[in-house]
Write a protein that binds this ligand. Structure first.
Ligand code: PMV
Length: 326
């Protein structure tokens, strides 16, 4: 292999229909399909440089050496890519997020989407977006969606080759805003890789997974028809179902904090009063408040008066992952 280098950027995404639990942990083949919106404004930039002098892969995140656990996870991902072009060169990987990591902002999604694009380009592999999405999934299940912009659906797949995502609608299809309300910046106690393994211990997971095709249909239709009321109803149901599984796993996972519940109640109340808003919560305490772009500033004022200490991040519908000049 030539000593290639490349860099890529990608956005995190927020799942409207969430992936929780794997059918196959090693390949991260998801128990259920999922739908997300790629998040504009938040960005991960990852560069990869293969170097025949290196004896091991190196990883820095936000300028600091990463934990050994993170380095090994990236190294395993690179092993797969090295296998595709029969190389054994190690790499220097540098990843930068412009948003807080590990607080339910899906930093692993943008991390593995940008890593996959950069590493495959540095390895001179010519792959189409579907293949890149499939490879990204092996690093983090939600990363397959961050390869694409706009509104994106990930399939369960029968096997490795068909476990990928595809766009449902382009970023300019619907002007939605995600107000991410950060009330707690502490790293989450149980990461999603461990959480996925616990999902099957909940007696509710079977029912959640069995009903997923119905929720995916409702969500896809709501997006295609730009029907906010229909979207709100299925997005909140899906978030609550995932947290019901988390709460009933053994051991139980409770990601919510008092502010999480306060926001969930307030968002429902504001919707009853006529605002187009709904909540969704990932594997962390922070709440994503989805709303129509035209009401976003009015909703900002409501959020600021409810939780004056919280940090608000405004995001819209973002574009696809892409290569940048290294
Ligand atoms: O890709 P992972 O392993 O970080 O899992 C993502 C899990 C959720 O964010 C909770 C849901 C989702 O579909 O993004």
């Amino acid at each position: 292999m030539t000593h290639g280098a490349a860099a890529a950027v990608s956005h995190p995404n927020i799942a409207f229909i969430k992936y929780w639990g794997n059918r196959q942990d090693a390949l991260r083949l998801p128990a259920n399909g999922s739908i997300s919106m790629t998040l504009r404004g938040l960005l991960t930039r990852t560069s990869v440089r293969f170097d025949p002098q290196l004896r091991a892969d190196q990883l820095t995140v936000n300028g600091l050496p990463a934990s050994e656990q993170a380095r090994l996870r990236v190294s395993a991902h690179l092993d797969y890519i090295r296998g595709l072009n029969r190389s054994s060169e190690h790499a220097v990987v540098e990843s930068q997020n412009d948003f807080p990591s590990a607080v339910g902002l899906a930093s692993s999604a943008s991390a593995f989407a940008s890593l996959t694009l950069a590493a495959c380009a540095a390895a001179a592999l010519e792959l189409d977006p579907r293949d890149l999405s499939r490879i990204a999934r092996r690093g983090s299940g939600s990363a397959c969606r961050s390869v694409f912009g706009g509104f994106v659906e990930a399939y369960t797949g029968e096997a490795d080759l068909d476990g990928y995502a595809q766009p449902i609608a382009a970023p300019d299809h619907w002007d939605l805003v995600d107000w991410i309300v950060i009330t707690n910046q502490a790293p989450k106690p149980v990461g999603s890789s461990e959480g996925h393994r616990l999902a099957a211990t909940s007696p509710l997971q079977t029912a959640r997974v069995a009903d997923a095709p119905r929720r995916l249909d409702l969500c896809r239709q709501a997006i295609l028809q730009r029907d906010f009321a229909a979207l709100a109803s299925v997005v909140e149901l899906d978030s609550n179902l995932m947290h019901a599984v988390m709460l009933t796993s053994q051991p139980a996972l409770l990601y919510w904090q008092p502010e999480t519940v306060e926001l969930m109640r307030s968002v429902s109340h504001w919707r009853d009063q006529g605002l187009s808003i709904c909540y969704t919560v990932d594997a962390g305490p922070n709440v994503h408040c989805l709303c129509l772009g035209e009401q976003a500033e009015q909703i900002r004022l409501q959020l600021e008066s409810l939780l004056p200490e919280a940090r608000l991040i405004r995001s819209g519908v973002g574009g696809p992952a892409h290569l940048v000049t290294a």
